[in-house]
Design a protein around this ligand. Sequence first.
Ligand code: GLU
Length: 433
Amino acid sequence: MSDLTNPFLIVQGQLHRAVENLGFPEDVYEVFKEPFRITRVAVPVHMENGSIQTFIGFRAQHTDVTGPTKGGIRFHQDVSEDEVKGLSMWMTFKTAVMGLPYGGAKGGVICDPGTLTERELEELSRGYIRQLAPVMGPEIDIPAPDVNTNPKIMGWMLDEFDKVRGHHTPGFITGKPLVLGGSLGRDAATGRGVLFVVLRAMDRLGIDPKKATAAVQGFGNVGTHSARLLAEAGVKIVAVSDVRGSAYNPDGLDIPALLRYAQEHRTTKGFPGSREISNDDLFSLDVDVIVPAALENQIDGKRAELVKARIVAEAANGPTTPEGDELLAERGIFVIPDILCNAGGVTVSYFEWVQNTMGYYWPEDEVNDKLLRMMNDAFDTIYKMRNEHKVTMREAAYLVAVHRVAEAATARGWLSLDFQHQVPPAILRGAGD
Ligand code: GLU
């Protein structure tokens, strides 16, 4: 990872720019430039072959200025402390954009879960939570799924936390199985949020979804649900890719059939009627929408030059490098920034936590309706800001987010800003009303 692709340095740059654009003093950057707590854990696991292997994990908690910290846990061989730090800060700005009562956090364990047996994975998941339990809880820090983690892992983690605490704590973790207090609609929530903002963007740009085409990079939770829901809305999905391969068919892929195929073969590669394309080819397809739904740094300067799509919907966290971002902006491509585009997941996590607190559970259509309203409101606020201040959607999203955390920090007495005089009126919350 170079400095140009280091998520921590990238988000620091984004924060700094927003502080400047808002006319805030440097103090605001100083208060939020680092996670307030990083915990590093070493988790020994009894491996199937009789050996013991120790895995290294992290949990970065960026700020609790607006509430307990919130964010997923990823299991991946490329996890690093700086990655987790950067991702925790993106969570702060994501929850701020959505107006959720949380700060940001992110966790990660350096491992390749594909090589672990189910028992090894369970021991690792439980050990990670046992070590972090002192700094977690429904009013402290609330984890959730991220790359390569899922409801089953959340169930083990919840069980471990309950054992450590000695009582049931359903609001400790979100994205858990329904039977343990999970929310209907959570599994598909990130993809559904992607659908809602893509439809909103298409409407603003005069694109008819029924005549539109899209390509999706990544076929995990976010990619599969995004592709399925976009296809259900009439968008023709011509290409999808995953870590093992890809499927391309210019006439459109049969997404329900592809989902069944990928379930069985653990890849989209070789799907009947499709052919393989490279990632560079996928990003250069002549489609209306590109949905990067994999990892960070997929659209760098080189790839940004290739993009022909009118909309880039950042379903992943940090899929575009700053260089790529500048080029996409110069080329007039409409980027729906990650902190808005993939916020459906954490928003329904919030609904899950609220339901856990109430002990009263909502039907799925209520969850989806509330999500629609919140995604549309956030999109409209940012879109209005973009137009009024002649900035990109990403810059506009950071104006909203950084304004909110600075306001909260001022209300707590951490900063002494005079909002009456320093904030241009359009940047006040609710500008999208
Ligand atoms: N991992 C997801 C994200 O990056 C969801 C986090 C959550 O639900 O807390 O937004």
